[in-house]
Design a protein. Sequence first.
Length: 459
Amino acid sequence: MYLEHFGLSVPPFRITPDNRFFFPGANRGTTLEALVYAITHDEGFVTVSGAAGSGKTALCRMLIERLSAQVVVVHLAYPMLSPEDVRRAVIGGLGLAVPDNAASDAVQAALLGQLEALQGAGRRAVVLIDEAHTVPAETLDEVKRLSDLASNRRKLLPLVLFGQPELNDILARPDMRQLRERITHNFALAPLMPEEISQFLDFRLRAAGYRGAEVFCAAAVALMAATSLGLPRRVNVLADKALLAAADAGRRQVTKKDVRTAIGNSEFAATARKFQQRKELRVAAGAALGVLALALGWRAAHEAAAPAATTATLRQISVAASPEADGVPSGAPPPAAAPSPHATAAAPANWPELAPATSRLIAASRDWLLTAPGDHWFVQLARQEVAAAATVEAVALDASRLLDPAQLRAYAIEREGVRRVGLIYGEFASYADAAVAIDAMPAAIKALLPYPRQIHRLR
């Protein structure tokens, strides 16, 4: 083991949830606080969605610990239950004794009476259902009935469903309308960004007793981010193996080589190969489109003089600093007198490299980028440094013929002296919807290797 080598008191990267290592960054902490508030203020029905390994179970365990002694928690960790099983589990969790042959109405009345008694004693109850995307449809109907328990227009039994993104798709079905309309909050656990992964690693190391300098170098974190897809469970697996590789080599810092060793000794080797192939294909496709754009003379077309942008226009399409290499207009433009040191706003007309179609899309996309729900998704079609903007123009012109032009949008940003442009498509309520849209795209667009992204990650 590497504990002594790095001065650790306990292993920092076990995948079993441990509240000592709950990472409050990357919206996990704010989601926890929001859940505590919703439960203790009778907000009713709440859902929490996230990909497998995104930290839903860890959040659920932390929520149980955070709720005060005044809250009776019924935790259903194995949701593949029948409606009767769910009723019995809730009854048992609330300390009720109901005969097995009791009628459904009698059971409902007993539940209501117990919940009213808790309310009278200044207490409340909550039901937490883990892996809720696997709950059978008939059991979800029973969950709906439980959510209806109320007294004096006050919900008596808040419910929180934790599930993978498929949960949102299930709840979006027409037959789930009544259940869906009872949802008061829907939280999403997004994958960790590279800088959040760096914070995550440091947080867990220090929670395990580490007191030295930063352990994971930037190149190691970048490779872990690409291979893990930002999922905390995968990050933990890779970090554990990489620490062991570094300790075996006698190093105090984890390098990219150590992460490669960890990848080779884990299930993520295939993911890493696919990522590298995807990257190489994207670079090749971008280069080919750049040559095509030049050959067709699109660069010459956009070099025509464009009308000067007013100061007001500059403020309207201002772009805030983003943790990613590219960003989108923020909901709160920075003051003109104090621009961000990392990103400065620029109107398309001020960037002579931008061609007409791209410039028009950027201007037309401004309001949508400012107001679209952050938890929605879009499809990234292309993104380039502005010096290669002809590539984006080529994709824009092609995509306007092959896709619904009303769904095409673009953004521009200057960050740390580097100008970038991106072309995006559509707005979707879930990752699955965006993936379906990609599957339906023409082969010429699929050749660009489009992929889903969440809107708030670009702000």
